[in-house]
Design a protein around this ligand. Sequence first.
Ligand code: PMP
Length: 350
Amino acid sequence: MYSERFTKLTPYVPGEQPQDRSYIKLNTNENPYPPAPGVAEILKEFDVETLRRYPDPNSEALCHAIAREHGIKRDQVIVGNGSDEILSFAFFAFFDSAKGPLLFPEHTYSFYPVYCDYYDIAYKKVALDDDYGINIDRFVDEKGCGVIVPNPNAPTGMLLSLDKVTELLERWPSDRVVVVDEAYIDFGGESAVALIDRFPNLLVVKTFSKSYSLAGSRLGWAMGSEKLISALYAVKDSFNSYPVDTLTQKAGIAAISDRAWFDKTRGMVMAERERVSEELTELGWKVLPSAANFVFAGAPDRDGKAVYEGLKAKGVLVRYFNKEGLTPFVRITIGTAEENTALLDAVKSL
Ligand code: PMP
């Protein structure tokens, strides 16, 4: 009944979205604050009559707004249904393991191997340093068909400096694509978008799900040389020529145009991240330095799964990872000040 391709699939397992009771939900790196007020205005004033028609297939107005925000050209931008869809286009267009395996960090976003299996791309996991940081020498030494690194990495939250990203691009063959997945960059890192004119093989992928608080809308984008972006349009038009719906296009424009809201909310998340990190450290936890909207932290006296279970029983959801090397830790999304205080209280009472 099934194709052989299908029988080999190992689907991605999304984080828990429980419907049974209300938890303090710190498990899927969502933003604790609402999207920019302009998004609510768009919803209130939306003319439902426009849903009769197909959306603008290439989200022109939204791509222009994104390009303006980053000081780049419109043809250096493409949007999709969440950055997951953009990543899927990129894996299809750029990675061909006839030229060697795709390289990504040993501990990273678990969708990457899923896409590799889906598109039949061989991959190699490159070990992290002992302190869990990404070591670019190890990538350069491997010589694969391409590289994908999240920056900051997930689930560690650790940042690769823009200098290191630049060095990786300088030392990497210019005919092989490097994807920098910047889902969390707005919480304390410097974007590599500044490098796209210098390195035509660089693709920077971003999302509205985290710093713009629109995870429910499914909106992400990529920025790179016109050459890379036009390849992604060719893939998009082959799979689904209308990836972003009309309402989401408008919501995205409202969100990206409100810089004051963006700066205020990400500032609050970063300040709370420092408080949570400091308090957990004082309680004897090992907390990795995070530049994201979550912290990766291990309790002194029990493993991640036990912490997860203990906190869940107290109504706080975090995430643990059943993978060698990650079992001591839980990943805790930064919530509102009240949610974080409740988390810290729950931790103290474990
Ligand atoms: N990249 C990384 C590193 C992520 O953690 C996530 C969120 N799960 C994504 C990409 C995808 O985000 P989205 O599809 O919501 O844009």
